[in-house]
Design a binder for this molecule. Structure first.
Ligand code: AHM
Ligand code: MG
Length: 336
């Protein structure tokens, strides 16, 4: 029988070669993995434990919180606050940054996360996921503030997501490629099943919420029109379309077989004073890091996502990511 590499073993072996590694980062990732296993367990049990449905509250962005949004947020905090690796945390489900309680030691890292992304899918039993990003705390770990979190995505130390789908997976980058692990429920361990994931350069698949078409900017409209024109149009080939409304599942499909995912800004959002739907610090940046590490591209339209200087914790940005040649084409259309 083949003994798979566990995620703990994989991370430890990678860190063994990192100069100056103290084991702190390895331990932090281990706690994140534990949190994702706990969330996976809750998501799997669904209605059996009364976990579905709305919690009757709203987050800072005015979105209805699901019971599982709140539970996942608590599980993530509990797993990560005690060990002394973190200076502070920030999440989609908390208005302000989360300070490590005084009874615990403080560490040098910052953790941002979306505990349950795509949560509109929970009640219909479609895939959801957790997204996270790890940064160093620039201002020392004594009194971290929101400013410490406002770092460009290029500064990320690590990023990953857990996908709660037909199987639970963890996909991780520490800046040396992207690796995928599948949770073996019998032994409770993530096993390396997708080493060195890469995104194919060319694709014939795109993902966008077409119900917003009438609000799109000209470059997005042009790109999608050309895809829809198929073999008879300027692209000279037919395209397929997908929309899961679950970014983690969407990105996972792209890492598996290529494609592009677009959640652009549009006239309707701008009228509401928003620059996009997805959040920079715990959705766009970690996904951009993973996608770039897998050989793909991630842009707002004209700009690379990971070059943006964040201005606030819950900042929203337009997101276009996936196969490199398509992202280059989209960027060219935005710069034309
Ligand atoms: P959430 O963090 O509130 O779950 O929202 C993010 C999700 C993404 O996973 C997904 O790509 C997008 O929202 C779907 O949006 P829409 O419902 O407009 O299609
Ligand atoms: Mg989200």
């Amino acid at each position: 029988m083949h003994h798979g590499t566990t995620i703990t073993q994989f991370i430890s072996e990678e860190q063994r070669h990192a100069p100056g590694a103290t084991g702190e980062f390895t331990a932090l990732l281990h706690d994140i993995v534990t949190a994702c296993k706990m969330i996976s367990n809750q998501v799997n049990h669904g209605a059996l434990i009364g976990a579905l449905g709305s919690a009757g509250s709203e987050n800072i962005q005015g979105e209805t919180q699901k019971k599982l949004d709140i539970l996942s947020n608590e599980l993530f905090i509990q797993s990560n606050e005690w060990a002394g690796h973190l200076a502070a945390m920030a999440s989609e489900e908390m208005d302000d940054i989360y300070h490590i309680p005084a009874q615990y030691p403080h560490g040098k890292y910052l953790l941002t996360f979306d505990p349950l992304d795509g949560s509109s899918n929970i009640d219909v039993n479609v895939s959801v996921g957790t997204i996270f990003s790890i940064l160093r705390c620039p201002g020392g770990n004594e009194k971290p503030t929101m400013r410490d979190f406002l770092q460009a995505g290029a500064q990320q130390v690590a990023a990953g997501y857990a996908l709660y789908g037909p199987s639970t997976m963890m996909v991780l980058t520490m800046g040396h490629g992207v690796n995928g692990f599948t949770l073996d429920q019998n032994i409770g361990e993530f096993i390396l099943t997708h080493p060195q994931m890469t995104i194919p350069n060319e694709t014939q698949e795109f993902a966008i919420n077409a119900s917003n078409m009438r609000f799109w900017d000209a470059p997005v409209k042009r790109y999608v029109d050309e895809c829809l024109a198929g073999a008879e149009g300027p692209r000279g080939k037919d395209f397929n379309m997908r929309w899961i409304a679950s970014m983690v599942a969407e990105v996972h499909r792209i890492l598996t077989r290529g494609g592009v995912f677009l959640y652009p800004t549009d006239a309707k959002m701008r009228a509401k004073g928003l620059d996009g739907k997805l959040r920079l610090l715990y959705e766009a940046n970690p996904m951009a890091f993973i996608v770039e590490q897998a050989g793909g591209g991630a842009i707002t339209g004209p700009e690379r996502i990971m070059d943006l200087q964040p201005s606030n914790l819950h900042q929203r940005v337009p997101v276009m990511l996936g196969s490199r040649s398509e992202i280059e084409r989209l960027q060219n259309y935005h710069r034309a």
